[in-house]
Design a protein. Sequence first.
Length: 670
Amino acid sequence: MKTTSILKKIAGVLMVGTFFACNDYLDREPLTMVTPENYLTEESQLASYANNLYSTILISHSNSGSGYGTYGMDMHTDKMAHKNYDNRYVPGQWKVAQSGGSWSFDMIYSCNYFIQNVVPRWEAGGLEGDETNIKQYIGEMYFLRAFEYFKKLQEFGDFPIIKTTLPDEKEALTEASKRSPRNEVARAIISDLDSAIFLLKDKPDDKKNRISKNCALLVKSRVALFEGTWLKYFKNTAFVPNGEGWPGKNKDYNTGYLYPLGDIDKEIDYFLSLAMESAKQVADAIPLVDNNGVLQQTLADPTNPYFDMFGAEDMSGFSEVLLWRQYSKGLGVTHGVVQMAQRGNDGVGPTRGMVNTFLMKNGLPIYNASSTYAGDEEISQVRENRDGRLWLFLKEPGQTNILYDSPENTHGTIKEPVPDITNGSAGWSYSTGYALRKGLNYDGKHCGNFLGYTGSIIFRAAEAYLNYMEACYEKTGTVDNVASGYWKQLRNRAFVDEDYNKTIAATNMSEEAKFDWGAYSAGQLIDPVLYNIRRERCSELMAEGFRYMDLKRWRSMDQLVTTPYHIEGFRLWGPMQAWYDKPEGGTLLVYGLDDPTANVSAPSISSYLRPYEINSKSLALNGYKWSMAHYLAPIAIQHFMITSPGDDISNSPIYQNPGWPLVPNQGPTM
């Protein structure tokens, strides 16, 4: 096996740019016959190279770049459920692979190639073109390398830090495979982001289709918050450097490792301080988009900027949007997000845990005696008097999905139907009975068969408000005036009483723990202040791809090791079961664990739909469980074999993640 498998070089490093940006350079012909000596020497080539990596690094892993659309990004968590369960919640089913996985360096190599060749030429004055544009493209490459490394940090923790291209030689590649402690990886990411911040423009284009300085500041706050909270909640465990059982200490190159600031507590403080600093720069500069509280249902109704922001064709006019992907029917770059947002969200739905987490408009939890909670026997009741975000984005039957019908509407749904929970097809089925309209556009021209061309948000400024709030409390144990101001802005926009202290006083953590994994860290209930900061984050960023990342860094799944959690949807076994009565008599609902035609869970199990407890063959029949090893992904055995000097793969400079064996096709040991 070739050693280049370790650092797989890209085959198309000289490809043209994608359709991502509105940029004249994209109209140029492909560069097919070039050499390193005459490539990446002038502005248009830098743009073309960067454009290609937008699609391979950024968009394919962005918050809303999934084929499932905005509503699908948080599936397989406590808040969003797919029609089918995920094996990571069935201990023993997630196994070490023989080969493949995400332990790869192709995109990192792509960034390194650019930086290694372009930066020296730029410093020597050897590049042709506008200086500010050249700096912009170099800044984009530092940003993209940081973004790619952040994905590796989330998945693997400790990871090799490689900032140059390497020769195709086993010795050099093996040496480069040594894993740096995770906090050092985070520091390297932040260093790249600092370079990007220095080089990037405040406003690189009018459309917000290119990475800006604020994008880099936002991601810096995200990375710093991620690492600071990870180190805090996994302190003294095998999942942090020098923690008990940390596998890195068994390698000589990590022996005697010392944190840059002396100890882990100072390292935590360092990252949380950075998160506050960078988040504040974005939040203070970028105002939130207005929510007028209107759910447009007729042509006479005013439009709602907050709602429209998530499903607009052109997102450049929304202040809060920092970066978005533009689609084009003419260029054949389209999607099916809108048509799926008019049905069952492509088989992904909010859970009972999601809807129960949202507050009432008066700022009280639903279980509080003064909350005015109407109940959940009907979907309309669930939305009544609730946080404006749930009211706005949770659909109910009979509502209007299309206001501007079009001949292009071949797969749209004009009126929201009764949730189709009996359909076995994941694409059209309502997995939980609940569905979101986040990302919906009322124009039927976006409802051809996967021919929609609404935009897709990649970064928006509301995250910075939330990042500051959380980092501030995690660092200081208080909500300072800045965090308080941000929190009130978010609650006011959601039409929730801005007095968060009233919410905190009414919060019962035992009640919250029933439906929210974020109520825990390290198997213990957290305090009500921190919980409500997490609640705000969950409510604002619903279905935007943050939930699993947050649950991991909060260490919020330990309790599942001993106490399984049952994913539930809407209250099927109540008045809503009548929706499924047949005109000729009888019902469409079939239940019974051993009945091969069963399509819903039995009322004897729960009055709420349990999508993974319909038949006895489901491995999640007894609820979602967790293994501690699952906080990090296993490294495939192939990578140990390649880098081992002999047959004993334990001699590889790479070490396996905690709880995962050095044997293929086996599950975790912890």
